[in-house]
Ligand binder design. Structure first.
Ligand SMILES: Nc1ncnc2c1ncn2[C@@H]1O[C@H](COP(=O)(O)OP(=O)(O)OP(=O)(O)O)[C@@H](O)[C@H]1O
Length: 399
């Protein structure tokens, strides 16, 4: 997929701007705070209906304006499309395809991006919830149907938790809660499906992450993934990375490298609920299930979280995103996702910069932002756009 033009009205710090894009690498350069990230964020919004920086759309509407418009001309599946979304400060947002109104939620069907930004460092250093979100978002991109399973699981979990809470408050004990068993069945059915889907995805990602890390950092590095499943006895109380807690590599309880299917997951899930029933009633919360799982990241035999250096953590997060792009491009009939690298190069040493440039060279389209032109390898700087205070001020530069 290729975006040939992007135009913004009252989006973030852009009053009105239009930029032509080319196939291959496109580099956006400008000093800090000029609008480089804003520009790529707008395309990210079309593909995910969200932002990697904020949870509210209000922040994306220019201060003082009532609505923001993002418009993209793109080539998708051999067709030229004009996509448009209007984010309104009050009232519902609106979307258009070739000037005909469509539902906003249909937009991501036509635009596919994989965005890597500094915030992604949290994939390596942050809490398990961020890694679960990473897997679930990728699952939804691959198999949109799974979003229904995830939403239903979360709903059942909320209802089951509120039942446990009210049972705790009213002193109801084990054996007196018939309704809980009904919720257990739903929780196990939906949760096991999600566990199997995540497991399959981790199996697919594993070789891609390993290859992407080597591509960025060199042959003598080993990046590995494993799932920590709470239903297999991963300590449900350890909300952090239990491999760090146990001081070893990926060998804490509940870690199973091999994928587990939904039938086996359901059996283990039910056993865990039985085992933990008393604690759940004491604590008023569901202690086991995919909402308590983690994706463990290991680098050179050590847990990445707590052990990897800043540059290594950065490279690992980048490898996770490059691996997602590899998985998506393999299955897509509409071409590659647009790869967006926001503020990446400043954090990498010279050798990793060159390697990353090589690794992304064959993507149909790559958008790169950098505050310093010289940080970006020459092969990615053929089409350079300069940005100043929310304006596109120029094209090609001399090195
Ligand atoms: N809704 C908004 N209305 C007006 N200006 C905004 C809005 N949201 C963000 N900005 C402004 O946009 C600018 C930030 O732009 P952006 O994050 O794209 O910078 P950048 O060029 O990527 O910088 P850096 O190199 O520091 O990452 C800030 O000056 C911020 O105040």
């Amino acid at each position: 997929m290729i975006v040939s033009a992007l135009s913004l009205t009252d989006f973030r710090n852009y009053a009105s701007a239009e930029v032509e894009l080319v196939a291959g690498p496109n580099l956006f350069v400008g000093s800090n705070g000029q609008g480089k990230t804003n520009l790529v964020e707008s395309l990210g919004y079309l593909s995910t209906l969200g932002s990697h920086r904020v949870s509210t759309e209000q922040a994306m509407i220019r201060q003082g304006a009532d609505a923001a418009v993002i418009r993209a001309r793109l080539r998708h599946d051999g067709r030229e499309l004009l996509l448009e979304v209007q984010l309104n400060r009050a009232g519902a947002n609106r979307a258009m395809l070739n000037r005909n109104e469509i539902k906003v939620r249909e937009l991501p069907r036509y635009v596919s991006t994989v965005l890597f930004a500094p915030e992604d460092l949290a994939l390596v250093r942050g809490e398990p919830a961020g890694r679960r979100r990473f897997l679930d978002e990728l699952l939804v991109l691959r198999t949109p149907r799974i979003s229904g399973v995830i939403a239903d699981y979360e709903r059942v979990l909320r209802q089951r938790n509120s039942l446990l809470k009210s049972a705790r408050a009213s002193g109801v004990r084990e054996g007196q809660l018939g309704t809980l068993e009904v919720w257990d069945e739903r929780l196990v059915a939906l949760g096991s499906e999600l566990i199997e889907a995540r497991g399959r995805l981790v199996d697919e990602l594993r070789p891609e992450v390993s290859a992407a890390y080597i591509a960025v950092a060199g042959d003598d590095h080993r990046a590995a993934l494993a799932s920590r499943l709470s239903i297999l006895g991963g300590d449900p109380d350890a909300d952090g990375d239990s491999s760090v807690a146990t001081g070893g590599a990926l060998s804490p309880a509940g870690v199973d490298g091999a994928g587990i299917d939904a039938t086996e997951a359901a059996v283990r899930f039910r056993e865990s609920l039985d085992r933990l029933r008393r604690s759940e009633l004491d604590r008023g919360v569901t202690l086991v299930g995919p909402h308590r799982d983690d994706l463990l990241l290991e680098l050179n035999g050590m847990p990445a979280r707590g052990y990897a250096s800043h540059g290594e953590s950065w490279s690992f997060a980048l490898a996770l995103k490059l691996a997602s792009a590899a998985v998506l491009r393999r299955e897509s009939t509409a071409g590659d996702p647009v790869l967006i690298l926001d503020d990446v190069f400043a954090e990498l040493d010279e050798s990793r910069r060159t390697r990353l440039a090589e690794a992304v060279a064959d993507f149909e389209q790559v958008l790169i932002t950098a505050a310093v032109f010289g940080d970006v390898p020459e092969r990615l700087a053929h089409h350079t756009v300069r940005i100043e205070a929310g304006r596109i001020v120029g094209g090609e530069e001399d090195r």
